[in-house]
Design a protein around this ligand. Sequence first.
Ligand code: ADP
Ligand code: SF4
Ligand code: MG
Length: 332
Amino acid sequence: MFVPTPPKDNLSSNLLEVRGLTVNFETVDRSVEVLRDVSIRVGKEEVVGVVGESGSGKSTLAQAIIGVLDIPPARITGGIVLFQGKEILPSSDGKANFRGKGINMIFQEPLTSLNPVYSVHDQMEEAVNIAEPKMEKKEKEALIRNSLREVMIRDVDGVLNVYPHQLSGGMRQRVSIAMVLVQKPNLLILDEPTTGLDLIVQRRIIGLIMSLKKEILSSILLITHDLEVAAYMCDRVYVMYAGKVVESGSMKDVLKKPLHPYTTMLKNSVPEGYVNEGTLKVSSGAPPDLRHLPSGCAFHPRCQFANDVCRSKIPELKAQKDGREVACWLYE
Ligand SMILES: Nc1ncnc2c1ncn2[C@@H]1O[C@H](COP(=O)(O)OP(=O)(O)O)[C@@H](O)[C@H]1O
Ligand code: SF4
Ligand SMILES: [Mg+2]
């Protein structure tokens, strides 16, 4: 289905604005819509979360914004992305390629962004060369070393001389953060930055990201399946289900009183003691298969409030009070 491109006014005061983004993955025999009319915004110095189960389209959204989506098989069928008021997507080749020019991304697996054939020193040097081309060599070296010290790496020389695969997952993520420190992006996109790390390392990495934010004053778009991590870091949140935003609002409001039944389910699956009440319940049902989406509200097979309208008509995202939005027939 083609989604018409929304009007461009380029008067956006937001750092990042995604409007009506629709992305399909095309295979030989079918086209699957993985993002459906997604609109999000990130203000200056804001930390914004995108939360949803695996397969809900979060990484596709991040990759589309930064311009690293594989086109094909992906195809952008609608929407625009504005960064600092300028349209960065769609571009003629479907790529935004904003890395090193104001947007940086840290991936779940840092080996995705770190180059395996360069030592840590050589790739940090390259990052500095892009960010600070006029800087003296001596200053560049000092900047590299300081950044590594700031992410609590004690054996700076040892780390500088090795290749990424020789480091532990937690150390690699520290090196990725140090790279961001030298590049000072206006927007930092984090895609599951702590998934796969043990709990203690996770906490340290989150702490480092938050102190980095204070230091370089960048805005953060945090992509995560973990409401607990989002609760700790974010000012505002978008909840995604099956490629669509189903709820948004301030993190505090959404946690205190989730509107969408899916958000309630996510909240209730967070262990007790972290977010208000909430007991540890296993989420009911599995995420939908995007190739065969349920009719009407995609969440209806898992929703205890589903009625005939839910099963036949898709609820649109509608503004509520306090700047919140929800897509659910309970609020019509
Ligand atoms: N290269 C690809 N080709 C085909 N389908 C893909 C590709 N990458 C992702 N998808 C599909 O797009 C959907 C969303 O994936 P993704 O954005 O990675 O979700 P999330 O990050 O929320 O787990 C999934 O159903 C996934 O199977
Ligand atoms: S629209 Fe209906 S099925 Fe969907 S979340 Fe709301 S109540 Fe549940
Ligand atoms: Mg992902």
